[in-house]
Design a protein around this ligand. Sequence first.
Ligand code: PLP
Length: 418
Amino acid sequence: MKNKIFHPYTPFSAIEKGFPNMVRGEGITLFDEQGNQYVDMVSSWWACALGHGHPKVVKAIQEQAGVLQHSITGSLTHPNVLALADRLAKLMPTPERHTLFASDGCSAVEAALKIAIQYWYNLGRPEKNWVIGMDQGYHGDSLGAVGAGFVDGFHKPFEHSVLHHEKLPFPKPSADDPDGFEPSRAVIEAHAEKLAAVIVEPLCQGSAGMRIYSAGYLKKLADCCAANDVLLIVDEVAMGFGRTGKRFAFNHAGIDPDLVTVGKALTAGYMPLSACIVKDKIYSTFSDAPEDHTFYHGNTYAGHPIGCAAALAALEVYEAEDTVERAAEMAEKMKQWMHPMAELDCVKELRFLGMIGVVELKPEAKPLIAKIKQSLFEQGYLFRPLGTVFYLMPPLVISDDDLRAAVYALQQTIEDFC
Ligand SMILES: *Cc1c(COP(=O)(O)O)cnc(C)c1O
């Protein structure tokens, strides 16, 4: 069969050769049509926190599919979406929230950007309409999200098609500024009159190459936004539901963000569903008198019943199996096992945040990246390096033995090629 797929995030030179055809997933493993096995070290784009085929989530999807497949959330509701909105509110530091559902991460981010902008419009301050992100932030690939973030390596063709406001610089700690926050404070204070919101990936910029910054920075950012009448949008699409060793990455900073976006692990990667969780001080400015204070925004599959069933089941499993606590314990072990890699010649540095383990190679190792990745694949490990950065982001349910084996395979393979 001719390949008619327009593959996302895929080098076109690789398409000729064809790709492994994954036909089944079980636990941390994907199986191709020849029966070869691959450990999913990227949790299928950071989503499958519970691995593949978890019986409780699968059952919830199957049951819901036989009852109600779709019904909209525009002027209607259904039991799953009611339960999930209530559940998400209770997971926040303060439960006074309403949740707008969407289908994937970028659509939750688009909603967050527009809710933040319309909030100030509703309050009679339409001049506050900028949303700024952090340098090399990633919030999805729709144009609004691309403008709020902007990863040079991905988004250059769209440079002139998106809004370019100033960005918060990536934190560089120093002796007088241990969290590297002061340059960001200067940007926020300079533009406070125009700023609707700031959006960040909490503690770790994923697509930029797993760049990690301190919880202290995030705390100062939240305080600075509050002091300057600027909303804070925390984009938990990649970090939420245990990846960092706490339920949300922002929990490390002890903050209570105005808007939180979630996706990916919300359904443990089993159904496309995302959400924007909004504080009631924002929600309560929306009304239909005047009519332009209504939120005329939505996605066809917002709050999709099967997606919500998957999310409710995933959240239940996270609780029942202590997934987050387990991830925090496992993270310590991963760090120890990875430590020897720091000694390898071509390794620039190691970085860690919860169940994210990062091995950044030196720039001169760039030509080796594709070879290392391919060799690992042939050994049965699916990695997707970002530039010169290899990272481990396995399902949170990975066993000690499997994780140790994966770390060892990565170490050996880097050693072989460097
Ligand atoms: C993946 C990601 C998104 C976009 O999610 P999609 O489901 O791919 O649209 C948004 N924000 C962050 C932080 C992400 O990692």
